[in-house]
Unconditional design. Sequence first.
Length: 212
Amino acid sequence: MTRRPVVPVDLDPLELDGFEDDDGFREQAITGLAVAADAERVDLARCTVSTMRLTAARLRRFHLTDVRLVDCDLSQAVFEEASFDRVELVRCRLSEADLGGARLVDVRIVECQLDGAALRLAEAARLTIESSTAPGLDLYRARLAGARITDTDLSGADLSGADLARARLHGSRLIDVRGATALRGAVLDAGQVVDAGLAVLADLGVTITDPA
């Protein structure tokens, strides 16, 4: 079970205009802009972040602890060595965002756009992705054992080398996923069998034709 962020009810409002190196914010209700921000060692704890635009930002060592992001735009943002603990993202846009190598613990992603996003080499514990769109999601060698990725469009996702042991993918679209043999040990529903089976056969190089 993914643990929810612990955020105080009464937060001081703060409108930001970008991030600087070594920025740290505690118990703030954050809004504003950080478009194309370039900073490292940014640390947010016990905060809400609402309607904030971080489009094309490049943030190194971006650490979030007990943070809830709602209606934010993180498309094309790059997060290097990111660490998220008890973080919730709701209705956020992460199209082509790069979270490669991130450490994700108790992260819940709900009704978000993750088309073309990258979680390659990410390490996750108790990750939940639900009711989202994620065609082309890059999960190359991501360690997602026990994750819950439900009711999410994963069509064309790259699962190559991913650890999906015990991951529950109920209701998620698996058409044309690559590296489908990574589904070994995952939990699917009956409605996913055909798409998953075809993807596994394609991954194994099996050709299906009508008899001559």
